[in-house]
Design a protein around this ligand. Structure first.
Ligand SMILES: [Zn+2]
Length: 344
């Protein structure tokens, strides 16, 4: 760890004032050279994050958790969805210990284009809204891993699908679920935001998005006490790169710096309060809400790869779709050995 105390800037040599080609400084973490201190400082902001994550990742790997917790397991749940025009009730989970998929208790209602949010420390998984057998749903259900059972939660005021949702955890027993935007009445995007509070057991309307949208990712960031909403579609065809932040303190939205690409997105905040956004078909980016910067970490390993979701364990992001789980940590893709059929 001696590296931590050293200055991360390595001076190469003093340059004559006329020189325009040689590098002036290099990064002591990765040795990359830069021709201006500005570029180096920009690079360092990212390099420190990636380097820190690499070291932390060693202590939070999935295999290390399973080794330390002999009776424990890590599950990835896949809940309902659509398969060749059918809307499903079926649920499956992937056991990282067994390295296989297993069927689990079915949803009470068939639903697709819904969202799911987990309250991991309570062993609870919520599904919210979506398209049902007849029409869009305003219902929600919660699965308790302990009691192995689904139970309904009160309905929200709007029936929506292709919306976004995220959880905000205040204490072990107090959390909120936000549902944001989505497609309503079969014809338009909504800007509506509603919040379910686990203690009051009721939904509450919040101030709306500036830009109505669907098929986008949102995630909560503790440091700014805000929920960030990234990109998405504003109608059936048109993608946006606009980003908005909902401040829980002020109950209002503000516009942020735009994404480097337009597109639908999935977003996650890791346990280090870092936000990763996957822009579908394009790239994985790191978002810094304080500096208002996006950094492209990697392009996706499959060209034009869409329709997946993202989750995380420790420092690892799990990106999953119909055939792959990719573990990204955060610069290396690893393809998990999964071959059985599933649907997200
Ligand atoms: Zn570097």
């Amino acid at each position: 760890m001696s590296k931590m105390s050293e200055s991360p800037i390595k001076k190469s040599r003093a340059l004559p004032a006329s020189s325009t080609t040689s590098s002036v400084s290099s990064c002591s973490i990765c040795n990359e050279e830069f021709d201006s201190r500005n570029k180096l400082f920009k690079h360092l902001a990212i390099c420190r994050v990636i380097d820190g994550n690499k070291r932390d990742a060693d202590n939070t790997t999935i295999s290390k958790y399973l080794e330390d917790n002999k009776d424990g397991d890590i599950y990835l749940y896949v809940l309902g969805g659509r398969l060749r025009g059918r809307t499903l009730r079926t649920c499956e989970r992937y056991s990282f210990r067994m390295n296989k998929w297993e069927e689990t208790i079915h949803l009470e209602e068939n639903r697709g284009s819904h969202t799911a949010a987990g309250i991991v420390n309570k062993g609870l998984v919520y599904v919210l809204g979506g398209g049902g057998m007849q029409s869009n749903l305003n219902s929600g259900e919660v699965f308790s891993i302990k009691s192995n059972k689904w139970s309904p939660i009160p309905p929200s005021s709007k029936a929506r699908h292709a919306h976004s949702s995220c959880s905000v955890i205040f204490t072990e027993d107090h959390h909120q679920l936000y549902v944001i935007g989505g497609w309503i009445d079969g014809k338009e995007c909504t800007s509506s935001i509603e919040c379910y509070d686990s203690i009051k057991n009721v939904w509450e309307e919040k101030n709306s998005l500036v830009l109505p949208r669907k098929l986008f990712g949102s995630t909560y960031h503790k440091g700014t006490n805000s929920i960030y909403c990234f990109g998405g579609l504003i109608d059936n065809l048109l993608c946006t790169n606009r980003v908005e932040a909902y401040s829980l303190d002020k109950n209002c939205m503000s516009e942020c710096v735009t994404l480097p690409f337009v597109g639908s997105t999935s977003a996650i905040t890791t346990n280090k309060d870092q936000i990763y956004v996957v822009i579908h078909g394009k790239a994985i980016v790191l978002y810094d809400p304080l500096l208002q910067t996006f950094t492209i970490l990697a392009t996706l390993p499959l060209k034009e790869w869409f329709c997946f979701d993202i989750s995380y364990f420790g420092m690892y992001s799990l990106i999953y779709s119909d055939i792959y789980i990719l573990i990204q940590s955060p610069t290396i893709f690893r393809r998990q050995n999964i071959s059985s059929w599933w649907c997200c």
